[in-house]
Design a protein around this ligand. Structure first.
Ligand code: ADP
Ligand code: MG
Length: 257
């Protein structure tokens, strides 16, 4: 992409980076869980975050969407500091889609209803428009025929795909996934991963915490290995997963591969 000559370095950065995390710290009481994280995610990039349990991956994602308030550093979204007290958190949240390990669907609503609710409540869309957008996104995840089903009538993999459709229905600029397949029976993992793969192919900007090393290797533009609240190593998946530099990365991969 080329920029006009008058573009400042700041403009260039904010055009290119959807999220910038700067010296992020997070403590719970006396325990420092994130010890200074720096990273940026470019528009259209897929970043996979790997690392042992307890290394701070979920906390990092939860700080990016402000489910947790950082204790130090800042998170910039489209160049704006969303950790600033004056920033409207709901504004940022409506532009981020989050998919959790547990799908967190409303059991009393249908698949369509789950995908419509926040569109109406947060974005102020009419019921008709919300329904149309929801239907389109259920089709996108291969569930166009199941809009009237309640979560209890769907498999775990289908429920997770509804959760993805629900997030997509908000037209997010960035999708955050926290171990989206970890709660699924093994035979249901593939369908969810292939939906995520097609989103990546469409150019969606994605940050994905995952233990699916084959997915990370195939789909990620960049892999980040975290351990003990810091980024130990990051780079192209062929390097970080295929030929890691750091001993800690090597021993983690030996345990999971
Ligand atoms: P990961 O997702 O990599 O497994 P987490 O970010 O969930 O790691 O957790 C990192 C560390 O922070 C763990 O030791 C966990 O016990 C601790 N932690 C996470 N959330 C809280 C919380 N709300 N209160 C206290 N400790 C927490
Ligand atoms: Mg976690």
């Amino acid at each position: 992409m080329s920029h006009p000559a008058t573009t400042t370095p700041e403009d260039t950065r904010s055009n290119r980076d959807v999220v910038v995390v700067a010296d992020l710290h997070k403590s719970f009481g006396d325990v420092e869980v994130l010890k200074g994280i720096d990273l940026s995610i470019h528009r259209g990039e897929v970043v996979c975050v790997i690392g042992p349990s307890g290394s701070g991956k979920s906390t990092l994602l939860r700080c990016v969407n402000l489910l947790e308030q950082p204790t130090g550093g800042a998170v910039f979204f489209d160049g704006e500091d969303i950790t600033d007290v004056d920033y409207d958190i709901d504004e940022a949240r409506s532009r981020l889609g989050m998919v959790f390990q547990q799908f967190n669907l409303f059991p009393h609503l249908t698949a369509l209803g789950n995908c419509m609710l926040a569109q109406m409540n947060v974005l102020g869309r009419s019921k008709a428009e919300a329904r149309e957008v929801a239907q389109r996104n259920l089709e996108r995840v291969g569930l166009g025929e199941r809009g009237d089903a309640h979560p209890s009538q769907l498999s775990g993999g289908q429920q997770q795909r509804v959760a993805i459709a629900r997030a997509l229905s908000m037209d997010p600029e960035l999708m955050l996934f926290d171990e989206p397949t970890s709660a699924l029976d093994p035979e249901l993992v593939g369908d969810v991963l292939s939906v995520m793969r097609s989103l990546a192919d469409e150019g969606m900007t994605m940050m994905v915490v995952t233990h699916e090393m084959a997915f990370a290797r195939d789909v990620a533009d960049r892999v980040i290995f975290m351990d003990g609240g810091v980024i130990v190593e990051e780079g192209h998946p062929d390097q970080v997963i295929g030929d890691p530099t750091e001993e800690r990365t090597r021993s983690f991969l030996q345990r999971v591969l």
